[in-house]
Write a protein that binds this ligand. Structure first.
Ligand SMILES: C[S@@+](CC[C@H](N)C(=O)[O-])C[C@H]1O[C@@H](n2cnc3c(N)ncnc32)[C@H](O)[C@@H]1O
Length: 271
């Protein structure tokens, strides 16, 4: 029988850390419970949780200074300065490696994807990071229901701040999609550059996630080059994608960009 006091002690210790203090409590609690099944002592469990969070949160990918970026955005919107708004979005996207790598191809990336899927009126961005700040380059019309899911508190608060200023409903959610599958219905779901890490962190949960999403189109992408080694991963991740949807009768269109391999997968009518 697990001692709830130990779980709370582990959660509190991790929440107080500078590196992982912004992590959703739901995520830390689930990891703490698992760690305490393997380690009797809370101190060892805290160490195990932090190790897992290094892989899940990937803090080494980077963050903007959220308070500064939020204040700059507010001033730019108040002044109606579109060039400044786009410059701040671009700076924020640049501060996180996943979106930084996408910057040179960003407008073409979304134009090609939405040429396949059609322009969505509703969209999910799963494990979104800062990607919703690419909205000015997506060429989408409003009204748009743009749901975004992540487990980083400051990131989600910043995205909702941006959504409100941009006139979009604040639909960014602090939600661990490994434990709570998104149930919202939408035209398109983005799951960009996270599937390999997701499958590593939550073995076997990638396919059930794709199955569960209540959308017409899944857009799943992979980096074509490894973060550390510069190794080409295109063939490996293409095979991986085929494995993930094996046995499903879902037509798939591949788009290969400089640095990113994208699959647009038609699941069919939602509902
Ligand atoms: C590689 S980063 C951002 C990727 C983003 N989709 C992009 O391509 O720009 C992955 C993000 O997934 C989030 N994440 C990791 N596991 C998650 C989970 N179980 N539920 C929700 N978000 C998660 C992390 O906090 C991080 O912001």
């Amino acid at each position: 029988m697990m001692d709830e006091t130990d779980v709370t002690a582990v959660v509190t210790a991790v929440k107080q850390s500078l590196k992982y203090g912004q992590t959703s409590e739901e995520t830390i609690r689930a990891l703490a419970e698992t760690a305490l099944r393997q380690h009797k002592k809370p101190k060892a469990a805290v160490k195990a949780v932090r190790k897992q969070l290094h892989s899940i949160m990937a803090p080494y990918l980077g963050d903007p200074d959220y308070a500064t970026a939020a204040a700059r955005l507010e001033a730019a919107f108040a002044a109606g300065d579109q060039a400044a708004i786009e410059a701040i979005c671009r700076d924020s996207l640049h501060s996180h490696l996943s979106t930084q790598e996408r910057l040179p191809i960003m407008a073409d990336f979304y134009a090609q994807i939405f040429a396949v899927t059609g322009k969505p009126r509703s969209m999910l961005d799963i494990a979104c990071g800062l990607n919703p700040l690419a909205f000015p380059w997506m060429g989408l019309e409003t009204p748009l229901d743009f749901y975004a899911y992540d487990i980083h508190e400051a990131r989600i608060a910043f995205l909702n701040h941006y959504f409100r200023l941009q006139g979009l409903p604040p639909l960014a959610k602090l939600q661990d999609v490994a434990h709570q599958l998104p149930t919202e219905q939408a035209d398109v779901a983005l799951f960009l550059k996270e599937m390999p890490r997701f499958e590593r962190n939550y073995k076997g949960r990638g396919r059930p996630l794709l199955d569960a999403l209540n959308v017409n189109w899944l857009v799943v992408s992979f980096p074509t080059v490894s973060t550390h080694g510069g190794r080409n991963l295109t063939n490996r991740y293409r095979d991986f994608m085929f494995q993930l949807i094996e046995g499903r009768d879902w037509p798939m269109t591949e788009l290969l960009f400089d640095g990113e391999l994208v699959f647009c997968i038609e699941k069919g009518a939602k509902g």
